[in-house]
Every structure is written in structure tokens, then in C-alpha cells.
Ligand binder design. Structure first.
Ligand code: MD6
Ligand code: FE
Length: 214
């Protein structure tokens, strides 16, 4: 009974905009398992600091699963079929990750979400991501599903214009944000991560972002 009450408190759904939802605690039941798989993945596919088109190194470190992996270079952002670090194709998205992404999309009203990429971002204290739109994909009919693990982050969710007001959400271990439809192109970003400690991941935040590229 106490456990039930507790888990109810940890899960709630907040609408952020048309087609955008914050699913608090949605991934909590699977969160530790996700962390285990990630930790294994990092051994052979170590997260790398990507570049911005302006020639700066991003503060987050990135790796991927799926048919496509997200890359940032001085020539721009995009997707590649191979990991430039290992020269090998990216490993398939684990079924447990796919199930979670699909369930979260469904909760946001998006049916038949079959992502072909899972971007993994590793944030250390001070890592951040400036306000941007996700527009490196070809299929904008599909939503973005973002899963937070580890220490908290302040996530900024804005509107269609960079200058639109942003909502600040504190995302914690197991939170999921889904956005698509009218909000598929909405600006978003992550404030510099503050020092904290998570029992499983330690001093880092990991973020999984599922998308359909083609
Ligand atoms: C996050 N990441 O790591 C959010 N978008 O919490 C992103 O919004 C993102 O890492 C486009 C391309 C790469 C990203
Ligand atoms: Fe993004």
C-alpha cells in the first residue's frame, strides 16, 4: 500500500504545449536496467565530444544506438550509419529501449513510433546544451522521445521561435519528455548541470533521445 502511494506520487503527466508532454517518472521501473545497458555500451562505444559548426567542442559527450547515429562536425550536424570512433555500424537499439520509447510515444498520443536512432548524451557537471530545434531528421511526422537518467537537469522548453518564452522543467532520473506534432520543431535546451550524486550513475546525467531519421 505504501509502495503504491509512493509510486503514484512519482508519476504524473504534464502537458507543455500542443503535442508535448512531460511524463514524470515514466521510465522509473526500467531506469536501472537502462543504466546497466548504457554502462556496457560505453565500453566499446565511448561517448565523444562532438563539434559545433562554429568549431567549438560540445560540452556533452555523445554516442548512439540504431541504424543512424547523430554526429556534430565543423561541416554541420547530421546522422551517420557508422560510429566514426570505432569505424563499425552503430549497435541496434535494444528491444527494451524500443519498448519504452514506443510506450512513451503512445502515452503522448503518437502511435506506431519506430525510432531508427537513439542518441545518448552524457552530461558532467557544467555540461549544457544551448536552445536549438531538432531538424536533422527527414521524418517530422514522428515525435521525439527524451529519457533522463542520473542527476537532475533543468530542461528549457520553448516555442517555435527562439525568442519565445521557455518553461523550465527539472528533469530527474526516469522522467520522459515527448514532443511532436505542432511542437516537433519547438526550441529546447539544457542549463549547465549542477553538482549532484546519483546512486547508480554517480556524478553524471545521461539522456536518451529517440527519433525517426528517415
Ligand atoms: C538532452 N538533447 O540531451 C537533449 N537535440 O537532454 C537534445 O536536445 C539534442 O542532444 C538534437 C541533437 C542532439 C541533442
Ligand atoms: Fe534537441
Amino acid at each position: 500500500m505504501i509502495a503504491d502511494l509512493f509510486s503514484e506520487q512519482m508519476t504524473s503527466q504534464v502537458q507543455l504545449a500542443a503535442g508535448a508532454y512531460w511524463l514524470r517518472g515514466f521510465a522509473l521501473p526500467q531506469a536501472d536496467m537502462l543504466c546497466d545497458i548504457l554502462t556496457q555500451h560505453f565500453v566499446d562505444n565511448p561517448p565523444q565530444q562532438m563539434m559545433t559548426p562554429m568549431g567549438y567542442k560540445m560540452s556533452v559527450r555523445t554516442t548512439s544506438f540504431g541504424q543512424f547515429g547523430w554526429v556534430g562536425t565543423e561541416r554541420g550536424y547530421g546522422y551517420t550509419k557508422k560510429n566514426a570512433f570505432t569505424k563499425q555500424p552503430w549497435l541496434p537499439i535494444p528491444d527494451s529501449f524500443l519498448d519504452l520509447a514506443q510506450q512513451a510515444a503512445l502515452q503522448g498520443g503518437y502511435k506506431d513510433f519506430i525510432p531508427d536512432t537513439c542518441l545518448v548524451n552524457v552530461y558532467e557537471v557544467g555540461s549544457k546544451m544551448g536552445l536549438h530545434q531538432d531538424k536533422d531528421e527527414q521524418d517530422f511526422s514522428q515525435p521525439i522521445v527524451s529519457v533522463s537518467l542520473g542527476i537532475p537537469a533543468i530542461f528549457l522548453f520553448g516555442g517555435a521561435k527562439r525568442s519565445d518564452k521557455t518553461t523550465k522543467l527539472t528533469l530527474t532520473h526516469g522522467d520522459v519528455v515527448v514532443w511532436g506534432g505542432a511542437s516537433r520543431w519547438f526550441y529546447h535546451g539544457v542549463n549547465p548541470i549542477k553538482p549532484d550524486q546519483h546512486p547508480v550513475l554517480g556524478k553524471v546525467r545521461c539522456n536518451l533521445t529517440f527519433r525517426k531519421v528517415i
